[in-house]
Design a protein around this ligand. Structure first.
Ligand code: CA
Length: 236
């Protein structure tokens, strides 16, 4: 496979240079954009494999760039948001608008590269799933989720989940490594017209964790992203 092309949308030149250099030395191709307008133009002319997107841009809100990128019907290009630490609601909004993940500033090279690898793998997994090559089972450490047979095992031990608990876990497996917002999970599992808070999801998640034998303070499988949602650790 060719080196993935990554569009780096960031107006601060030092950060942009730093990211682009790191990407190139990791074997990716990097395409910098310093404004939202430039980002949208380059996105449609170069068809990058992934977009790193700063939300604070000089000419427009980064969320607008995200909406344009996410509305591209040709392909679903993954987007990772570069976000300031204290902007929880902004992150949730971005994730609900279709961003795949976020990285909190300031960040280091290893984190950026790890998130990019996870996100590219995730995009590939979702592409296969939508082309009918749905995976039949997922493994995370000693957890096995057999989606064809609707069975869950921790080691050799079968775990009995309710239908909704299974749906939540299956959803987390399909998107392993990616943070899923409360809202996204609620809509996928309980339907688009679900109202009321996410208490029912929290209760289901607590049951799943208890059944899997998770220690809440040291989760092996499902991480809580405070105020945002849940993330299943990746396979392996
Ligand atoms: Ca900025």
């Amino acid at each position: 496979m060719d080196a993935a092309l990554i569009l780096v949308v960031e107006d601060e030149r030092t950060i942009s240079n730093f990211i682009c250099r790191a990407l190139v030395s990791a074997g990716y191709k990097a395409l910098p954009a310093a404004t939202g307008g430039e980002a949208i133009t380059l996105f449609f002319s170069h068809r990058p494999d992934l977009v790193l997107l700063d939300l604070g841009l000089p000419d427009m809100d980064g969320l607008e760039v995200l909406q344009q990128v996410a509305s591209d019907p040709q392909r679903e290009t993954p987007v990772i948001i570069l976000s300031a630490r204290d902007r929880e609601s902004e992150k949730v909004k971005a994730l609900d608008l279709g961003a795949d993940d976020y990285i909190v500033k300031p960040f280091g090279v290893p984190e950026v590269l790890a998130r990019i690898r996870t996100t590219l793998r995730h995009a590939e997994r979702v592409r296969s799933a939508t082309h009918g090559e749905k995976k039949l089972s997922y493994r995370v450490k000693d957890l096995t989720v057999d989606t064809a047979r609707h069975q869950v095992f921790v080691g050799e031990k079968e775990i009995h989940l309710t239908q909704n608990e299974f749906k939540i876990l299956e959803l987390l497996c399909l998107h392993a490594g990616k943070v899923l917002t409360y809202d996204f999970i609620m809509k996928e599992v309980w339907g688009p017209y679900t109202t009321g808070g996410n208490q029912i999801l929290r209760v289901n998640m607590a049951n799943i964790r208890r059944k899997l034998g998770e220690n809440p303070s040291e989760p092996k499988y499902v991480l809580t992203e405070l105020g945002i949602g849940y993330r299943l650790l990746e396979e392996g």
